[in-house]
Write a protein that binds this ligand. Structure first.
Ligand code: FEO
Length: 396
């Protein structure tokens, strides 16, 4: 499959409808993904990015149907990660001397992954590749989301090839933002930002400001995953600016795990207390053992505060609580508050441990944790509601 983006540009990537896990098992892709690769035909011909390795042979075979490979003058690798460079080994067997334009860090990462010394051409911000009628300008975009990432901007057509930035893990045969279901698109775009770009928000903010100052026209944004932004393309840039600034809505997310329901009952009564204090707060509850981790992280991203609960087991916390808290720590959320709770039978270390883990994740602990012996009785339930009320007040 291929399609024309415009008279000059052809999409030659792969839509992966089957994909359900990405980055190993770290990122759920409920709606699949697309690896976008673009063939730009000017007086010179350039291929921008490739696809993930399992589709390498298919990619090269399809590309051959589109063009005599010897006619490709240049390859641009905006980013070295395997979902975009995975077809290079197969492609370079056919056109081994074709120059690959990329950043210094991308040369390191591509060499480190494939152990090949291809004809790399190192580029920096402001370097230009002249295609004849139009030119491509390179813009390094360090930590969006790897040190090697860059954008490529094609003048004349005013297209920003932004690689991972502004992408979504979202398979669609439509491939343009104005044609797809807008709520699905929003959900996949915010999940992608929350789970991949949150730790790099400062870099996102600075890079967008830098590009806006250049005052260059942008008619299309072509990310390397998901749909192309052609209708009001800057809408996703505006969203990224909003998300990059310690984004939060009036939402409180309660994340718990439970062995015999005592901690679940606590969670539900804490939710009731919060609701009594702030009826307009969007309160969501997730059992981390049976909910999708990346969906929970997206909700944490949207939250002003979270409440985390686990019973005590073996002087510690349940494994799903440990897992989600490790993911939360890694995403380096800012300006969010938290509280913790849990039931216990005899030793009761979970509350202390959860508190420490959330402090390490840089959450502000709004109040002392609630530890309840065995299953909450009437008095225990009142304590949970009061705990929720007090927390609701503190995060209002
Ligand atoms: Fe960072 Fe889509 O790879």
């Amino acid at each position: 499959m291929s399609f024309k983006v415009n008279d000059k540009i052809t999409w030659v990537g792969k839509i992966d409808w089957e994909l359900r896990k990405f980055h190993g098992d770290e990122y759920s892709t409920h709606r699949g993904s697309a690896y976008n690769s673009f063939l730009v035909r000017d007086e010179k011909v350039v291929l921008i990015d490739t696809v993930w390795q399992p589709f390498a042979k298919e990619f090269v075979a399809n590309l051959k149907k589109e063009i005599d490979l010897s006619k490709i003058d240049y390859i641009i690798a905006n980013h070295g990660e395997v979902d975009h460079t995975g077809a290079l080994p197969e492609l370079m067997k056919e056109i081994p001397n074709t120059p690959i334009y990329c950043t210094k860090n991308a040369i390191k990462s591509i060499k480190g992954q494939y152990h090949e010394d291809w004809n790399f051409v190192e580029v920096k911000t402001g370097d230009i590749l002249d295609l004849g009628k139009n030119k491509i300008t390179f813009i390094e975009a360090r930590m969006l989301h790897w040190p090697d990432t860059m954008f490529s901007y094609l003048d004349g057509d005013n297209i920003l090839f932004s690689n991972d930035a502004f992408g979504q893990h979202y398979a669609s045969e439509f491939m343009f933002n104005d044609l797809v279901d807008q709520s699905e698109l929003y959900q996949e775009a915010i999940k992608y930002y929350a789970n991949i770009l949150t730790p790099f928000s400062k870099f996102v903010e600075r890079k967008i400001e830098e590009i806006l100052k250049l005052n260059i026209p942008v008619d299309l944004i072509c990310p390397s995953h998901g749909v192309i932004w052609r209708d009001k393309p800057l809408q996703i840039v505006t969203k990224y600016m909003e998300w990059a600034k310690n984004y939060k809505e009036n939402q409180i997310t309660i994340i718990y795990d439970s062995m015999w329901n005592a901690t679940r009952i606590m969670a539900e009564n804490i939710a009731q207390g919060i609701r009594e204090t702030d009826p307009l707060a969007n309160i969501k509850l997730f059992n981390s053992a049976n909910s999708d981790k990346n969906d929970i992280l997206t909700e944490v991203f949207k939250s002003k505060a979270i409440v985390v609960g686990s019973p005590t087991i073996n002087k510690g916390i349940l494994s799903s609580s440990a897992s989600i808290l490790e993911m939360i720590r890694g995403l380096e959320f800012k300006e969010k508050k938290a509280a913790v709770f849990g039931s216990y039978g005899w030793s009761g270390e979970a509350v202390k441990m959860l508190t420490e883990l959330l402090k390490e994740a840089k959450f502000e602990i709004a109040q002392e944790g609630l530890n309840i012996l065995w299953k909450p009785d009437e008095e225990g339930l009142i304590k949970c509601v009061e705990f929720g009320k007090s927390f609701g007040e503190k995060v209002k």
